[in-house]
Design a protein around this ligand. Structure first.
Ligand SMILES: *Cc1c(COP(=O)(O)O)cnc(C)c1O
Length: 396
């Protein structure tokens, strides 16, 4: 999945444009920038790729989540339903918005289970924030329905699923807003970067303003712009956007390569007794950044992950024991450890995450291994990897 594998002359050329003008800021300096608007061009490429009406690129995927929550009006005391399997950034964005993360179980899609979301709804629930983990989709149609039925705002964390689709429609376009990350290890990278997309012009205007201290971006004199709301700074620099611009144009090649590699590896593991693949609601739309599979039980999965690592099969993740991506090891969250007091500690009922038990999610994650699909492998390397993995898994 990592776009950094294909950093080349295209990226260097785009960055050079910015260095040649010295305009590193995405707004203003119209004459000096000699027609180079890298952030703006990247936004155009992302709307073209996703089919969304609007896009705002920003400093990171985490910033994108904060922008989306703010623009959608999710804030102080609002409950937001999130999955326990994600990168911690999803949860941090909710906490930093002053809102309350409420965890619902995942299922064998490795994403939120719509029935579990329904059970987690309370009168204080404001939004549902599914995460399309490891390149493929949640049951996004069912989640959309749950949100409609309960009058909830759907925001998609598609940080790991740029380029993925469900029934032909880009992930990120099912919710009121969708969020992407272009950090160093994502499908494409800006070095650091992110984006929000939406079809709603009003939400876009709020996002665009909130991410830049409330600036309305009307007129051509930044000093004279209106600022209808307070906001913050989530801006991307032109240098970062330039890298993203070269990368986004490589998406067809990235998707084609990942899908070919994943297809071959899936084939190699197909039929191994006790091995099952992650459920993907629309396999054609999988961006194929990871191959995820289940072993019969936790013990077998842990042993298999260790055997794969010992056998030199790199890039295999056993998330259940990993302290960045699954709730089980999030001790900082369980103790609400932060640099400063979090807004949710002012609530009458402060949630006690240390007592949170999600046995159904544990049962899924305890059996899951995911392998990163790389772009730089040759077809021969993929074939050898497949054979090696199959042999190791059969023996483990
Ligand atoms: C990477 C990631 C983020 C955060 O993106 P950054 O650009 O690193 O801030 C958020 N959610 C998920 C699921 C991610 O994988």
């Amino acid at each position: 999945m990592p776009g950094f594998e294909i950093f080349g002359d295209e990226e260097r050329r785009e960055v050079q444009d910015v260095l040649d003008t010295g305009v590193l800021f995405r707004y203003g300096f119209d004459a000096a920038r000699k027609g180079h608007w890298k952030a703006r061009e990247l936004e155009k490429e992302i709307t073209a790729l996703t089919g969304a009406a609007h896009c705002h690129v920003c400093a990171s995927g985490t910033a994108a989540l904060s922008v989306a929550l703010a623009a959608c009006g999710v804030g102080a005391g609002d409950e937001v339903i999130v999955p326990p399997f994600t990168f911690i950034a999803t949860v941090e964005a909710v906490l930093n918005a002053g809102a309350v993360p409420v965890f619902a179980d995942i299922d064998e899609t490795l994403c939120l289970d719509p029935a579990a979301v329904t059970r987690a709804v309370t009168p204080r629930t404001r939004a549902v924030l599914p995460v399309h983990m490891c390149g493929a989709m949640a049951r996004i149609d069912a989640l959309q329905k749950v949100c409609e039925e309960h009058g909830l705002i759907l925001i998609e964390d598609a940080c790991q699923a740029f380029g993925a689709t469900f029934q032909g429609r880009a992930l990120g376009t099912f919710g009121r807003m969708g969020c992407f990350s272009f950090d160093a290890v994502k499908t494409i990278t800006c070095g650091e970067g992110g984006a929000v997309i939406t079809d709603d012009a009003q939400l876009y205007a709020l996002a665009d303003a909130w991410a830049d201290h409330g600036h309305d971006h009307v007129g051509d004199d930044r000093g004279l712009e209106g600022h209808p709301i307070l906001g913050t700074n989530c801006r991307i620099s032109e240098l970062n956007a330039a890298v993203g611009l070269a990368q986004v144009r490589k998406m067809p090649h990235i998707l084609e390569t990942q899908r070919r590699h994943k297809g071959a590896l899936r084939e190699a593991l197909y039929g191994i007794e006790g091995l099952a693949f992650r459920e993907v609601p629309d396999p054609r739309g999988d961006s194929a950044t990871f191959l995820s599979f289940f072993l019969p039980d936790e013990d077998k999965a842990r042993k298999t992950a260790a055997a794969l690592a010992a056998g030199g099969v790199d890039g295999c993740f056993y998330w259940y024991d990993n302290n960045w991506h699954y709730l089980r090891r999030w001790d900082h969250l369980k103790k609400l450890k932060s640099a400063a007091r979090l807004p949710l500690t002012l609530l009458d009922e402060v949630p006690d995450y240390s007592r949170l038990a999600l046995p159904r999610s544990d049962a899924v994650m305890g059996r899951t291994i995911s392998m990163l699909i790389k772009l730089s492998w040759t077809d021969d390397e993929v074939a050898q990897r497949g054979e090696k993995m199959a042999a190791i898994i059969r023996q483990a």
